[in-house]
Design a protein around this ligand. Sequence first.
Ligand SMILES: *[C@@H]1O[C@H](CO)[C@@H](O)[C@H](O)[C@H]1NC(C)=O
Ligand SMILES: *[C@@H]1O[C@H](CO)[C@@H](O)[C@H](O)[C@H]1NC(C)=O
Ligand SMILES: *[C@@H]1O[C@H](CO)[C@@H](O)[C@H](O)[C@H]1NC(C)=O
Ligand SMILES: *[C@@H]1O[C@H](CO)[C@@H](O)[C@H](O)[C@H]1NC(C)=O
Ligand SMILES: CC(=O)N[C@H]1CO[C@H](CO)[C@@H](O)[C@@H]1O
Length: 591
Amino acid sequence: TEHDKKAKKRKHEYEEDEEDEVNFLLILINMWEEERYTDGSKWRFLEHKGPVFAPPYEPLPGNVKFYYDGKPMKLSALAEEVATFFAKMLDHEYTTKDIFRKNFFKDWRKEMTSEEKSKITDLNKCNFSEMNEYFKAQSEARKQMSKEEKQKIKEENERLLQEYGFCIMDNHKERIGNFRIEPPGLFRGRGDHPKMGMLKRRIRPEDIIINCSKDSKHPKPPPGTKWKEVRHDNKVTWLASWTENIQGSIKYIMLNPSSRIKGEKDWQKYETARRLKKCVDRIRNQYRDDWKSKEMRIRQRAVALYFIDKLALRAGNEKEEGETADTVGCCSLRVEHIKLYPKMDDQEYVVEFDFLGKDSIRYYNKIPVEKRVFKNLQLFLENKQPEDDLFDRLNTSILNKHLQELMDGLTAKVFRTYNASITLQQQLKELTCPDDSIPAKILSYNRANRAVAILCNHQRAPPKTFEKSMQNLQTKIDEKQNQLSAARKQLKAAKADHKASHDEKSKKAVEVKRKAVQRIEEQLMKLQVQATDREENKQIALGTSKLNYLDPRISVAWCKKYGIPIEKIYNKTQREKFAWAIDMAEKDYEF
Ligand SMILES: *[C@@H]1O[C@H](CO)[C@@H](O)[C@H](O)[C@H]1NC(C)=O
Ligand SMILES: *[C@@H]1O[C@H](CO)[C@@H](O)[C@H](O)[C@H]1NC(C)=O
Ligand SMILES: *[C@@H]1O[C@H](CO)[C@@H](O)[C@H](O)[C@H]1NC(C)=O
Ligand SMILES: *[C@@H]1O[C@H](CO)[C@@H](O)[C@H](O)[C@H]1NC(C)=O
Ligand SMILES: CC(=O)N[C@H]1CO[C@H](CO)[C@@H](O)[C@@H]1O
C-alpha cells in the first residue's frame, strides 16, 4: 500500500543517513590524506573564471553640484569620483581628522586636471554637502526598494556566485572565498593610522596576476583589457593576486576558508597548539633557567619569551621602514614603553606596559612579574635612553629561530592560540551551569569568550550605534515588563474568578493565563540576558579571538554537550569556516 511504501522509503533513508555519516567521515579522513603531494605542490589542475571587478563609476546627475568657495564647479569624471568617496563619509568622524583630510586632499589633487588643480587649493573651501545628501537619499531609496527589486538583486548575486564563486581544483569543485574585488575608496585603517584618507585605487585587469593550470580554460579578462600576467604555479593555492596601493601589500583570491586546504591548515594550527600544551612545562622551566644565564642575549631572549607566554604579546612586526604607524611587538619594545615599580600598592615587582601594538591598538597593562624578571629588566634598562631598544641583543628572527628549536612549528602565535583555547575551555567549565536555560548558557559562553578576548587585548572603541541600540533594547524590556504586570494581574483575576465559581471553564482560564505569564517571563529574561551581554561586550571585539585563536572544537563540543544549537554560537560564515570542527568534535573533546 501507499503507507507501506512510504514507511519503507523512510526506513531506507534513515539507513542511508547512517551510511552517509560513515561515508562522510571516511571522506573527511581522505581529505587530509589524499592528494598531499610529496613535492610540495598544492594541485595538479586548477580552473576558474577570475575575479569580479567593482562596477564602473557612474557620474552624478547634473543637478547634484560640488561647490568651491561658494560657487558651483563641474568636476572631471576622475576628480568627481574621488570627491564622492569623501562626500559619502562626510558624517563620519574620519573626515574631521587632520591626517585624513591631508592625505585625502593630496591624493585627490593627483586625480584632478591641471585646471582643477590650480583652482582647488584648499579643502576647507570645498562643499560636498549636495553630494552627501544625494548619497543619503540613494541609500534611503535602496532601503525602500520593493520586494521584486530586492529579489532581482539577489538573483544577480546568486548568478555571479554560480559563475565566479567556484573553481575546480583537481577533482573537486571548491568554493572561492573573496572573488569580488573591493571597490575603490578612501583608506581608513584601524586606530590613528598615518595613511588614513589616502585613495585606495581602483583595481583593473592590468593589475591582476592569474594563477591557474596550463591545461585549464584560462579566465578571460573583460573585453578590451589584459591581465598583468597568467601564471601556472601549483606551489601556491591562490587563484589571482594584485598589489594594493596603500600599504603595498599583496592581495590574493583564495579558496573559501571552509575549503579543503584551508580547513586543513586551520586544523593543523590547533594541533600545533595542542602539542605546545604537552611541552609547555619544559619550555617554561628552560626560560626560567635562562634568566640566570651568563650571556646577556640569552637572558633577554628568556625574558621576552616570558612576556610572550605570560602576556600573549606578539613577537614583533617586520614592517616597512618609515611611514607605517609606530607599532611594536615584544622584540621591538623600547625603554619608554615600560616602567618598573619595585613596590606598587600591595604588590611587588610591577611592570607597567604602555605601547601601540598591532593595528595601533594601545596595549596598557600593569602586572607583577617574578623577582628575577624584574631584576633582569632593571639590568636591561641600565644606561639607556627612552628611545633605545629594551632587548638590544634580540630581534624577531632570533626569537623565532629559538622558538623553532624549542618545538617544531612553535611561534609566538602558538602561545596565544594555546593560552586562548585552554582559557576558553577552563572558563566554559567554570561558568556553565547544566541547569541554566539556553540563553543563560549562551551568556556564559560569551563571558568565557570575553575573558579570552581581554587576555589577547582585543579591545575596541564602543560602536557608534551602541547607545542607540541599547536604548532600543531597554524600551523593549520596559514594554515586556509592562506586559508582564498586566499578565500577572489577569492571572490574579482569573484565580479569584475560579475561587468564586469553581467551574471547569474558569480553571482552564487560570491555566491559559498562567502559561501567558510564563511565556512573557521567558521573553523578558531573554531580553535581559541580551542587554547584559551587549553591555559587557561594549569594548571588546569577540570576533578576532573567536576566528583566530580559539580551537573551534572546544565550542562545538560545548554545544553538543549542552544541546545548544551551533547557530547560536557561529553565524553562517563561521560555520562554513569551522565545518571541519563541527564534523570532528564530539561532546567530550578536550583541547
Ligand atoms: C554648502 O552648500 C549648501 C548648498 O548646496 C549650503 O546650503 C551650505 O550652507 C553650504 N555649506 C557651507 C559650509 O558653505
Ligand atoms: C594564560 O595567560 C594568562 C595571562 O597572562 C596567565 O595568567 C595564565 O597562566 C595563562 N594560562 C596558561 C594555561 O598558560
Ligand atoms: C637579527 O640579529 C642577528 C644577529 O645579531 C642578525 O644576524 C640578523 O641579521 C638580525 N635580523 C634582523 C631582521 O635584524
Ligand atoms: C559572521 O560574523 C563575522 C564576524 O565574526 C562577520 O564578519 C560576518 O559578516 C558574519 N556573517 C554573517 C553571515 O552574519
Ligand atoms: C613567478 C612564479 O611563481 N612562476 C611560477 C609559475 O608556475 C610555474 C609552474 O607551472 C613555475 O615554474 C614558475 O616559477
